[in-house]
Design a protein around this ligand. Structure first.
Ligand code: DOR
Ligand code: ZN
Length: 436
C-alpha cells in the first residue's frame, strides 16, 4: 500500500481531473483514478495545483536579519503557496565565493520551512572561480546595473562569461550601468526614479546579453524582472535559450497610479513605469513571451522606507502575495490557469533544473489547494515577512488553504503546521543551452 494518497481535483498533464496522487518518500509515485493509501487526505472542495517556485527572493541573511531571515522569509513564501525559493547573492557578505555559498546554505538549512536554492553573484574578482562555485550554487546572478547593496558587473566582461562551460543558468539584472549613469537625476519621487532608470537602459542591456550569448554554445540565460515596453518589443522572437521573468509589482503598479503609501515604498529597481509599459507585460504574458513569474521579494524596514526619497533603499516585498494576487488576476482577466501554472511552477522548474513544479510521477510531492471563490483583501498585519508592510494592501487575492512540500503538509487550513528546519537545499541538475 502507498504511504500517502492525496485525493481531489488536480491539475495533471494540462487539465483538471478527479484523481488520487500517491506519495512515497517525498515524491509522487503514481497519479491514478483510484489508489489505496495508509493515509488518505481527501479534498472535496477546491483545486490541487503544483506549488509555486519563486526563483527571485532576497532573504537578507547573512547580514540584514532585521529586514528578513530564512525563517520569516520562507514562512511568508509558504503561506503564499511557494514550496521552493532561490535566494539572491546581495547579502553581507555577498555569496560570491564557494565558502560564502556554503555558509548561506547551512544557515538556511537550520531555519527554512520550505526548500531553497541560492544564487552566487558574479564579479570581476571571482571569474576564475566560477567553475568551483557552480558546484555549490544553484545559479549565477549578474547585475549589469548597480542596485541595493550591489555594484554593477562590467559589460565588457560579458564575453568572458559566455565563453565559460558551466551548466548553471546566468540570471541577469538587465539595466546598462553606463546608460543609467547618463540618465541619473536628483530624485524626489517615483517619476524621477523612472526617468533616472529609463526603459531604454533595460533594452540596451538585454540587446547586449543576447548579442554576446548568441555566440556561446553553452549557456541558457534568464532575464530577471523585465519592466518596459521598449524591452518587450525586442524579445518577441527571442531564442529558445533565453527565458524572461516578470514581477507582480510591474504587472499591477505604475508610477502614475494613485498610490496608497508614501512613494518610497514603491521605489524599486527596475522602477515602476507607465501604464503602457505595464500593459505590454500583460500582452507578453498572454502571447507567451514572458516565461516566469518571480517576486523579487526585497524587504526593507519601515524606518528605511520612511526616509526621504533619495535615501530610501529600492525594493518591494512580495513572495507571499505573488501567487495569490495572480490567481485572482488571471481569473478576473479570463486568462487560462494553465498559463499561470506554467509561469509560476512549470517554467521555473524547467529553467533552473528543479525537480518540482508538476504533478507527475517522479517529481517532489509539492502541492497547494486553492478555492478560487475564496477571495480576500490583502492586509499587511496578516502577512509573515519581517518587514511588516506590503504595497498590495487592500488588493484582492486568493491564498492557498493547504500547502504540501515533499509530501508533508506545512500549511493546513491557512495555519502553519510545518517545522523550521524542514526546508532543504534543492539540486539543480545540469543545464546547457540544448536542455531540456
Ligand atoms: O529594487 C531592488 N531591490 N532591486 C534590486 O536589484 C535589489 C533589491 C534589494 O536587494 O533590495
Ligand atoms: Zn532582485
Amino acid at each position: 500500500m502507498i504511504e500517502k494518497v492525496i485525493e481531489g481535483k488536480a491539475y495533471v498533464d494540462g487539465a483538471f481531473i478527479e484523481c488520487c496522487i500517491g506519495v512515497e518518500e517525498e515524491r509522487i509515485v503514481a497519479v491514478k483514478k483510484v489508489l489505496k493509501g495508509e493515509e488518505t487526505i481527501r479534498f472535496k472542495k477546491g483545486l490541487i495545483l503544483p506549488a509555486a517556485i519563486d526563483v527571485h527572493v532576497h532573504f537578507r541573511e547573512p547580514g540584514f536579519p532585521q529586514k528578513e531571515d530564512f525563517s520569516t522569509g520562507t514562512k511568508a513564501a509558504a503561506f503564499g503557496g511557494v514550496s521552493c525559493v532561490l535566494d539572491m547573492p546581495n547579502t553581507k557578505p555577498p555569496t560570491t565565493t564557494s565558502a560564502s555559498c556554503r555558509d548561506k546554505i547551512s544557515i538556511a538549512e537550520r531555519k527554512a520551512y520550505i526548500d531553497f536554492g541560492i544564487y552566487a553573484g558574479v564579479t570581476k574578482e571571482n571569474l576564475e572561480q566560477l567553475c568551483d562555485i557552480s558546484k555549490v550554487a544553484s545559479a549565477f546572478k549578474v547585475y549589469l546595473g548597480g542596485s541595493t547593496n550591489t555594484e554593477a558587473f562590467n559589460m565588457d566582461l560579458l564575453n568572458v562569461l559566455a565563453s565559460k562551460t558551466l551548466e548553471k543558468v546566468f540570471a541577469f539584472h538587465a539595466e546598462d550601468e553606463k546608460c543609467l549613469s547618463m540618465n541619473r537625476i536628483k530624485e524626489n519621487n517615483l517619476r524621477d526614479h523612472a526617468i533616472s532608470r529609463p526603459g531604454e537602459c533595460e533594452k540596451k542591456a538585454v540587446k547586449e546579453i543576447l548579442r554576446v550569448f548568441s555566440t556561446s554554445t553553452n549557456h541558457r540565460v534568464h532575464i530577471c524582472h523585465v519592466s518596459s515596453a521598449a524591452t518587450m518589443s525586442d524579445l518577441t522572437n527571442k531564442p529558445e535559450w533565453v527565458t524572461v521573468g516578470v514581477t507582480p509589482h510591474h504587472l499591477l503598479l505604475t508610477s502614475k497610479d494613485n498610490l496608497t503609501f508614501k512613494e518610497t515604498y514603491y521605489k524599486v529597481n527596475p522602477p515602476l513605469r507607465s501604464p503602457v509599459d505595464r500593459d505590454s507585460l500583460w500582452d507578453a504574458i498572454i502571447k507567451g513571451t514572458i516565461d516566469v513569474l518571480e517576486s523579487d521579494h526585497a524587504p526593507h524596514t519601515v524606518e528605511e522606507k520612511e526616509q526621504e526619497f533619495e535615501k530610501a533603499p529600492s525594493g518591494i516585498p512580495g513572495t507571499e502575495t505573488m501567487l495569490p494576487l495572480m490567481l485572482y488576476q488571471f481569473i478576473k482577466r479570463d486568462i487560462p490557469l494553465s498559463r499561470l501554472i506554467s509561469l509560476a511552477c512549470e517554467k521555473p522548474a524547467e529553467t533552473f533544473g528543479i525537480n518540482k513544479g508538476k504533478i507527475e510521477q517522479g517529481r517532489d510531492a509539492d502541492f497547494i489547494v486553492v478555492d478560487l471563490k475564496s477571495i480576500i483583501s490583502i492586509k499587511s498585519e496578516e502577512l509573515h515577512s519581517r518587514c511588516g508592510w506590503t504595497p498590495f494592501e487592500g488588493f484582492p487575492a486568493v491564498f492557498p488553504k493547504d500547502v504540501f512540500v515533499r509530501g508533508e503538509r506545512i500549511i493546513e487550513s491557512r495555519e502553519l503546521v510545518g517545522e523550521r528546519g524542514f526546508g532543504r537545499f534543492v539540486e539543480s541538475e545540469g543545464l546547457s543551452k540544448e536542455s531540456p
